[in-house]
Design a protein around this ligand. Structure first.
Ligand SMILES: NC(=O)c1ccc[n+]([C@@H]2O[C@H](COP(=O)([O-])OP(=O)(O)OC[C@H]3O[C@@H](n4cnc5c(N)ncnc54)[C@H](O)[C@@H]3O)[C@@H](O)[C@H]2O)c1
Length: 551
């Protein structure tokens, strides 16, 4: 008989515990909420009343429903009152010793058929379970913040837990109107393991001065449709929390890409924890304020038009659909375009800027830039490619300072984002000229250095590769991983949906380039990606990838 969990306990009524208690009470479940002292208990109750009060103010709940909901919760400082609960969810601070102590106490307190769950984000559920005499009834139940709003719930299955316990908890999560995904006990589980690796890489790019914080954030918002940039998200999550999660992940995986970026550790040591302390990557009007104050690190190019050269005519090389799209975008903004295929560079001699959207391979690029250098001596020379370093194009000319990258994110000229790539020798004038052309096209330009993947690909593809690695180890299914990332991190699409749409061949190509430049084992392309490409399972383009698609 499945357990029906008509009464549950919640230990710790902080940010998470109060939200979890609300979720149960909203669904008609009686809750015993325990705090360590009366002051914290009052705080927990206030938190709950404020949260449900907001639902009343928005018309989502009547005052009667609110008092009924709060009435379902018994507030107490006595653990003994948990004795009759069929499930107890622990949500105290993230300290292993404290959690183990609480579980050892609960073990003797609750009925023999009761289930014990921990909401830990980064500790080992197995280590917590091992503090009890009955680890078969201990699971992880990882809610996301704010619990009443977030639809995802990760159910963590240790090697010790009984299958019926996991089944019953999954059933309960569904009854609460949430989407459960089941995963084993690994640091970060599904969502955080993939998310925090990505966030850590964003900090490393920032630390290496590859781009400004605003440009890193804009790249992921506009280039991938993420609701928030990685550095803004880190400020929201709290840099101390992020540091701790990454440390745990690194201890377990020994993947150097999980080792918290030194900048993160320094900021935590300096008390710059993000929004909650009023300063992290950004500075806020006050602690807990969402309002960013202080100077933008990226002065808009409109502020310094003197450095940008006037562009009346753009020369465009390329026969593919991207070149046609770029020609259309330029024409729509009344920019005169001389569009040639390959090999007619003499027609471009009066262009102020030439954009090479031709073949993205080293030999073709070098040949094209040698010719352009000779035929268009006064023009700024730009490449739209992403696979050949911009500096290789520059080295083929006698004036590398005039060579710059103008990369439309995902090679899509209709998208909102352009990466303006400066090599070590690109002049400010050349980069500003491209930025001001972007402004004329109505595109958002972000500036970055000439490293593999520029900004968007350097952050997106290693995360996708990590997801493939997670899948190939059998830790979670593609469906569960996609659900975890869309519901838990509010990404517009899960990694396997993205891979099937961008193409596994594209992902493999970018990942190889990233790995060639930085041969970290964690960046090596996942073997499964290579196998899928060999088997022509490229994604939507071939009708089959991680999933089947109608052609
Ligand atoms: N904050 C998040 O975004 C988030 C998301 C998912 C999971 N979690 C996890 O949830 C847990 C709680 O996190 P939080 O952000 O709510 O922390 P918090 O600091 O807001 O709340 C913890 C609460 O536990 C109480 N507490 C401490 N010792 C206690 C004891 N012995 N008995 C009863 N209550 C006790 C504290 O008084 C406090 O109110 C952690 O394990 C954390 O990793 C947090």
């Amino acid at each position: 008989m499945p357990r029906n969990f008509s009464s549950v306990g919640v230990v710790g009524l902080g940010a998470m515990g109060a939200g979890i208690a609300e979720v149960f009470a909203r669904n008609g479940v009686g809750v015993v909420g325990v705090e360590r002292d009366s002051e914290q208990l009052a705080r927990g109750r206030r938190h709950l009343e404020q949260s449900t009060g907001r639902a009343v103010a928005r018309g989502r709940m009547s005052p009667d429903q609110q008092s009924e909901l709060v009435g379902r919760i018994t507030f107490t400082t006595s653990m003994a009152e948990l004795a009759d609960c069929g499930l107890v969810v622990e949500a105290v601070v993230e300290r292993l010793d404290l959690k183990r102590q609480i579980f050892a106490e609960l073990d003797h307190l609750v009925r023999a058929d009761a289930v014990l769950a921990t909401n830990t984000s980064s500790l080992s559920v197995t280590e917590i379970a091992a503090a009890t005499t009955t680890p078969a009834r201990v699971v992880g139940l990882h809610f996301f913040n704010p619990a009443p709003v977030q639809a995802l719930c990760e159910v963590i299955r240790t090697i010790l837990v009984a299958p019926d316990v996991v089944e019953d908890v999954v059933g309960l999560v569904r009854r609460l109107g949430k989407s459960p995904v089941v995963a084993g006990d690994r640091a970060g589980f599904i969502a955080n393991a993939l998310l925090f690796g990505y966030l850590n890489r964003a900090v490393s790019l920032y630390e290496a001065h590859h781009a400004t914080r605003e440009d890193i954030d804009a790249a992921m918002q506009l280039g991938c449709g993420y609701p928030m940039g990685p550095l803004t998200l880190l400020d929201l999550v709290g840099l101390d929390t992020a540091h701790e999660i990454l440390r745990t992940m690194y201890r377990q995986s020994r993947n150097r890409l999980h080792a918290p970026s030194p900048a993160l550790g320094q900021m935590v040591a300096a008390g710059l924890l993000g929004r909650k302390t009023g300063r992290g990557f950004y500075t806020y009007a006050a602690p807990d304020s969402p309002q960013v104050v202080g100077d933008d690190e990226t002065p808009p190019s409109a502020d310094r038009p003197a450095r940008a050269r006037q562009v009346g005519t753009v020369g465009l090389i390329g026969t593919g659909s991207a070149a046609a799209g770029i020609a259309g975008a330029l024409g729509a903004r009344d920019v005169e375009v001389i569009h040639v295929g390959t090999g007619r560079a003499e027609e471009l001699s009066r262009a102020d800027l030439v954009l090479d959207a031709g073949a993205d391979d080293p030999a073709a690029k070098r040949a094209a830039f040698e010719v352009l250098d000779a035929r268009c001596p006064d023009a700024i020379l730009a490449t739209t490619g992403s696979l050949v370093p911009v500096v290789e194009c520059a080295a083929a000319t006698g004036r590398p300072e005039d060579v710059v990258g103008m990369h439309f994110a995902h090679g899509d000229p209709d998208g909102p984002l352009v990466e303006v790539v400066s090599t070590v020798v690109t002049s400010a004038m050349a980069a500003d000229t491209v930025r001001s052309l972007c402004a004329r096209l109505g595109k958002h330009a972000v500036s970055c250095g000439d490293r593999a993947g520029f900004l968007v690909d350097a952050l997106l593809f290693p995360y996708l590769n990590d997801a493939v690695r997670m899948l190939e180890t059998g830790y979670a299914t593609a469906d569960d991983i996609d659900t975890a990332m869309t519901l838990g991190c509010r990404l517009p699409a899960g990694p396997f949906e993205v891979l099937d749409s961008l193409g596994n061949d594209v992902a493999l190509g970018v990942q190889r380039a990233l790995y060639a430049q930085n041969p970290e084992p964690g960046l090596a392309p996942a073997p499964l990606l290579g196998q899928l490409v060999t088997a022509d399972r490229l994604g939507r383009s071939t009708g089959r990838g991680f999933r089947e698609h109608g052609r």
